[in-house]
Design a protein around this ligand. Sequence first.
Ligand code: C2E
Ligand code: MG
Ligand code: MG
Length: 589
Amino acid sequence: LAYLAWLLYAMRLRDLELEALVAQRTSEILAAQRHLQATISAIPDLMFEVDLDGRYYSTHSPREELLARSSKELLGRTVHDVMPQAQADRVLQALQEAHVKGWSMGAQICLPLQMGERWFELSVARKASATGEGPRFVVISRDVTDNKLAEEKVLQLAHFDALTGLPNRSLLADRCQQALGAAQRHGQCVALLFLDLDHFKNINDALGHRVGDALLCAVAQRLSGLLREQDTIARLGGDEFILVLPDTDAVGAAHVAEKLLRAADQPFDIDAHELVITPSMGIAMYPQDGKDFDTLSRCADAAMYIAKQGGRNHYRFFTAEMQADSDRSLLLENALRRALERNQLYLHYQPQVCVASGAIVGAEALLRWEHPELGRVSPAEFIPVAESSGMILPMGDWVLQTATRQLREWMDQGYALTMAVNVSLVQFRQADFPQRIGQILQDAGLPPHCLELELTEGVAMTDPALAIDTMDRLHQQGVLLSIDDFGTGYSSLNHLKKFKVYKLKIDQSFVRDIADDPDDRGIVSAIISMAQGMDMRTIAEGVETAEQLAFLQDHGCMEVQGYLFGRPMAARDFGALLQAGPLTMPVTA
Ligand code: C2E
Ligand code: MG
Ligand code: MG
């Protein structure tokens, strides 16, 4: 009995120990569960347990609105029940991958939720499965919508023009490269078309940037509307557009260009303004003109430039001739970059002579460039290159400084004359141009009326308001202004009246044939009497013969310049000419 009692006691004791152990374990498990629950609650992402079919077994969501359905509705349903087919398939793929590898990361799906579209990135881990249970997975679904939007914004900024929403150059280059690849595989042509709006700057200046911008958007929209789906139109900035037309031959490209010209015929209604703007276009063809985007766009650009020179509002195809030109201008541009620092630039001076007295009353400074390999390059050739590359600015400053210093020297030797310096439109349009001139005169120690700036009629054409303002400022400073090559640029008299121009330089093309072309005689005499009526001086350039001089003299032209009196020459030779004193007029050839 005692043994039995002992046995019962021992058993009871063991039960108690076991109970205590169980209680301890249970509380440990509960604590771990609470810890896990708290951990899960702290996770800002959605969490699901699903099987290989995408059936939900449990869900966790910090924000119910991020779920495709309420948590309760999800349980027991599969991903295919609650999301669009494509997205559900994407989830199953990720589960399949995790089933094989143990995990899957990075799959992204976009879900249409009540709050709008949201992007989620999935991380999937395979769960060690309990016996008798199929494979289970824990899926963490992170809301990456904000990142995605930021990413899209960056993409948008990197590939699209902010103003018009059109592709930008980089996206276009990409699309063009694709089109060229396809064209090569299928033996097709591709056309690249450069389009630039004529005189767009006028609209911007006259009506303001807001109207200019609105016009650009309207143009972009109208042009896009004319294209096929496979075509791309991009804005390069400013008023420049570029079009890539895949599978298009020259005939097709010409057809598109005609269509674009016709479309531009219709005025644009912007802010109660009826605006008409014409395009100029250049076209390059793959494969004839180039094999890659850069070459083709350079060719199309060159053709567009020629189209503009040819009177605007039309299109030109790239030709082999332009090829030679553009190779040469590239060569010149590179060589010109070093010209100033390598002392390859110098000035020649050509005398300007008073018809009445034969005295040298002025000198025109003419820029010269001598390159060790290219030899002497004519300013008629390199000035346009310097202008389009912006190099004309430092070069122009150098010309002004050198010419004014030279004049100071001659004045110090007792000669009274003006120095005429050619000023390019690019220089003239600098906002601080009058100040620069003031500074240069001060540095040379010259009174302002000794300097005459030769402008071309283009000054008046592109931006009259700004031109008038700049000219007024220069005039107030006392600097003299003349219009070079007068008669070639269609200036209206009306414009001229507003300009503080003191002298007209009659273009040499009219002077050349004075002797036998009655039209030129008519033009020259008309210019002279017109100038007299407006109180302006006149100078004829390119005077080579005594006959020409005689005609000019008879018609009251005040000054002359040309080979008859002296070619452009080095400063030393000019000094010698000054020393020799006035020429006897009329000069006999
Ligand atoms: P431009 O200002 O009309 O200069 C007159 C041009 O006619 C000069 O050509 C001159 O050498 C040439 N010439 C002078 N007399 C005669 C003549 O009797 N017969 C003929 N056939 N030609 C004559 P150049 O020096 O080749 O300059 C060409 C153009 O380059 C200039 O035309 C001017 O527009 C531009 N240029 C020259 N130097 C400069 C400069 O420093 N700055 C700027 N922006 N342009 C310049
Ligand atoms: Mg000149
Ligand atoms: Mg001239």
